[in-house]
Design a protein around this ligand. Sequence first.
Ligand SMILES: [Zn+2]
Ligand SMILES: [Zn+2]
Length: 202
Amino acid sequence: MQRLIAIGYWNDGSDGCSLHNPQEFVDSRGSVALRESIFHYLQGGRSGAQYLGYSWCRFDCGIDETKMGSADLTDGVWIWPEGLAHYVACHDVRLPAEFIEHARANGFQTPTPVFEDDAVGDFDFWIEWCDSNTNGDPEAQKLWRRTQDEIDSADRAIVEKLIEKHGGLSETTCAWAGCEDLALRELAFCPSCAHNKMNYWP
Ligand SMILES: [Zn+2]
Ligand SMILES: [Zn+2]
């Protein structure tokens, strides 16, 4: 039987539930670009199983429940609830470095998963990670920042290479909605959107 590594499942308040609450993993010091990349990766997962009801935001931020989703998404290795992207994007919830490295190794493009119908989520990794990575643990925060720094500097190197490849930036703004950076010469997008959102490599 195929086992998918579960992440992003929170305490539902039921008796004996050993899951944590997302508030314990909030860290807003990180890179916005990385957060966006993770958000897109999470959103790009394929639906594994559908639950009967919608999930709700544990931060009570007022987001419509239908936007939190009612499915589990997978990339064939990891499995997460549809609403996890919202916690990362809107509440700065951090995730295990192992998952981020996996997403990064895929260029932050969610692969189409190959998974069996009887695939099950394995919660051991997630429970153990949560137990030893809450905000009360300074080592966990250090690891999170190191992961982000590494990814940031790798991203910066790619951006520089793209600028070099295109002979500089143009004078028009990036075509990606909401982005105000200058586009690369002879391309409609800025280096960061071209790379992080469209998987364009130098
Ligand atoms: Zn929320
Ligand atoms: Zn852009």
